[in-house]
Each structure stands twice: as structure tokens, then as C-alpha cells.
Ligand binder design. Structure first.
Ligand SMILES: NC(=O)c1ccc[n+]([C@@H]2O[C@H](COP(=O)([O-])OP(=O)(O)OC[C@H]3O[C@@H](n4cnc5c(N)ncnc54)[C@H](OP(=O)(O)O)[C@@H]3O)[C@@H](O)[C@H]2O)c1
Length: 277
């Protein structure tokens, strides 16, 4: 199997490295290209055997799977480059939420899937969301999910829930990192504990909490109940969090969805020349 990558920026390079490090793919199976070729050449220096394609067309030709790791407004150009060489047997996989499956199915003759990876896939952990177009067969879906299972947990979602699922699994690491940073900063300022120690304690706590919630048999509610005994210190802390943070998540979701709607409109304007206000 040959697997192509167009775009070796942040996410493209994370996926390539994770697939190879996990043993899912040999470097010789991977062909990658990037608009600025020096970027993919640098990646190939670190990953002996990785093949560099000099153009998007060259990366697309003969790849069984082709990952498009580019930003939404970069799609039109890449699609135009690869359209002449893509065949019905190939599976093209977009990693970006605002480019809809129907955008790609209208533009390309091949099978189409979307995955939304997460930076957590770099450490072979976390979810990798999978959404399929109308042309994929069950065996294509099994193939893709087997590959993804080496770098995380493939989870199927419907396109309707792509944005909210991506908020949780792909934006989530940044949101949680913000929480940890603020908590550690306050700990340092209020008590004088070192930043390294506070960050380490909060990070280890996050890892353990993730395990309790995925394989430890707890739900968020039962975990809080178990830790926060009535009248105790944790219960007092939770009371403050509910008071200060209770409404923030609705604002967060409203904001990310508004940005997503704006991006979908821009993509449609770019693909189909529709008006954007
Ligand atoms: N970052 C995350 O955690 C995450 C998670 C899930 C999904 N995503 C999605 O992944 C997508 C890519 O994000 P990113 O953070 O990897 O962006 P990025 O770092 O900007 O990478 C995009 C890469 O695509 C290359 N590129 C642009 N136009 C091209 C073209 N015409 N032909 C070939 N290569 C081209 C760019 O090349 P240059 O070097 O010339 O700029 C750049 O290296 C985004 O849509 C994002 O929503 C990101």
C-alpha cells in the first residue's frame, strides 16, 4: 500500500511521524509533498526512506490513500492539481472540518473520507474522528480505521456533528492546556510553588483523570462525587468553579460554531463562486 500526503505543516508532519513511529506504515510506503518543498525535504532528512514528491500530482499518482493536510482555503488549488490524475479506486482523505464531503465528491471522481485528527495522536492517544462519503465501501472504512487505530481511537461521527466533535477532541487539548496553565499560574502566584512542579502535578493529574474516565469506570459526575466528599475541600472548590465557569462552555461552543459557519461559507465561495456577505 502506498500512502500519499499533501501538506507537511503541523498536522501533516504529526500524522506521518505518528504512523511511522507506531509501525502502522514503513517510511518507504509514504510519499509526501508540500508547497514549500524545503519543509518536506527537512522531514525526509529525519525519516530515512520517506519519499518526497515534487508536486501534488506526483504525490496523488499511484497512492492508494491520499491525505490532504492543508487548510480550508488551500483546497481549491490542490483539488485542481490532483483532479486529472485521481481515479475511482483511490481514497482521498481530508483532515479539515469546513470542507464538506459533498464539496469533495463534487470535485473529485474518487472515494472520499474525512478524518479529524488530534495533536494527541502524536503520542498515539486520543480520538481520530472518521466521516465517510457516499462512495466508500466497508473495506475502505476498515482499512482506514485499522491504520488510525495505531495512532489513536478511530471514532465514527456523522458530518452533522463534526464541528462539536472536533471541538471536544481536537481543540480540547488546547482548551485543557489553557486550564492547566491558569491553574498552575495561580498556584505559583498564591503559594510560591515552582511553575515546573505545579505544571507537572496538574499534567499527571490530567493523564490519570483521562484514564479514569476512559477505562476506569467513572463518568465525570461519578468522579466528582467520589472525590468531593460533602463538606470537604474539593466540594468548596467545585462550588467556585460552578459559579465562575458554569456558563463559559456555551459561549465557547457558540463561538467555535460561528467561526466554522464562516469558514464553510468562505470555502463554498472559493469552490463554487457563491456570494459571501
Ligand atoms: N493543528 C491541529 O491540531 C489540527 C487538528 C485537526 C485538524 N486540523 C486541520 O488540519 C489542517 C492543516 O492544519 P495545520 O495546522 O497542519 O496547517 P499548516 O501547519 O499551515 O500546514 C498546512 C501545510 O499545507 C501546505 N500547503 C498549502 N497549500 C498547498 C498547496 N497548494 N500544495 C501543497 N501544499 C500546500 C503548506 O505549505 P507551506 O509550507 O508552503 O505553507 C503547509 O505546510 C487545518 O485545516 C486544520 O483545521 C488541525
Amino acid at each position: 500500500m502506498r500512502v500519499g500526503f499533501i501538506g507537511t505543516g503541523s498536522m501533516g508532519s504529526i500524522l506521518i511521524e505518528a504512523f511511522i513511529r507506531s509501525g502502522a506504515l514503513n517510511p518507504e510506503q509514504v510519499v509526501a509533498t508540500n508547497r514549500t518543498l524545503s519543509k518536506v525535504e527537512r522531514l525526509a532528512e529525519h525519516i530515512p526512506g520517506l519519499q518526497v514528491a515534487r508536486s501534488n500530482k506526483e504525490a496523488a499518482e499511484g497512492s492508494d490513500l491520499l491525505f490532504l493536510c492543508i487548510k480550508p482555503l488551500e483546497f481549491k488549488e490542490v483539488i485542481e492539481d490532483i483532479r486529472p490524475v485521481v481515479t475511482g479506486e483511490q481514497l482521498v482523505i481530508s483532515i479539515t472540518s469546513p470542507v464538506l464531503l459533498r464539496h469533495l465528491e463534487e470535485q473529485l471522481p474518487c472515494k472520499i473520507a474525512k478524518i479529524i485528527p488530534s495533536i494527541t495522536n502524536y503520542v498515539l492517544s486520543g480520538a481520530a474522528l472518521c466521516i465517510y462519503g457516499n462512495r466508500t465501501m466497508p473495506e475502505d472504512e476498515v482499512l482506514l480505521e485499522n491504520l488510525l487505530s495505531h495512532i489513536g481511537s478511530p471514532i465514527r461521527v456523522s458530518e452533522q456533528y463534526t464541528r462539536i466533535s472536533s471541538d471536544l477532541s481536537s481543540c480540547g487539548p488546547a482548551f485543557l492546556a489553557y486550564f492547566i496553565q491558569k491553574y498552575a499560574e495561580a498556584a505559583v502566584n498564591a503559594t510560591g510553588i515552582s511553575e515546573e512542579e505545579a505544571t507537572l502535578l496538574a499534567s499527571e493529574m490530567t493523564l490519570g483523570t483521562g484514564k479514569l474516565l476512559t477505562t476506569g469506570g467513572f463518568t465525570p459526575a461519578t468522579l466528582q462525587k467520589r472525590v468531593a466528599v460533602p463538606g470537604g475541600i474539593t466540594a468548596e472548590g467545585l462550588r467556585i468553579m460552578e459559579k465562575e465557569l458554569g456558563g463559559v462552555f456555551y459561549d465557547l461552543i457558540r463561538t467555535t460554531h460561528a467561526k466554522y459557519d464562516e469558514d464553510v461559507e468562505k470555502v463554498e465561495a472559493r469552490f463554487f463562486g457563491t456570494q459571501v456577505d
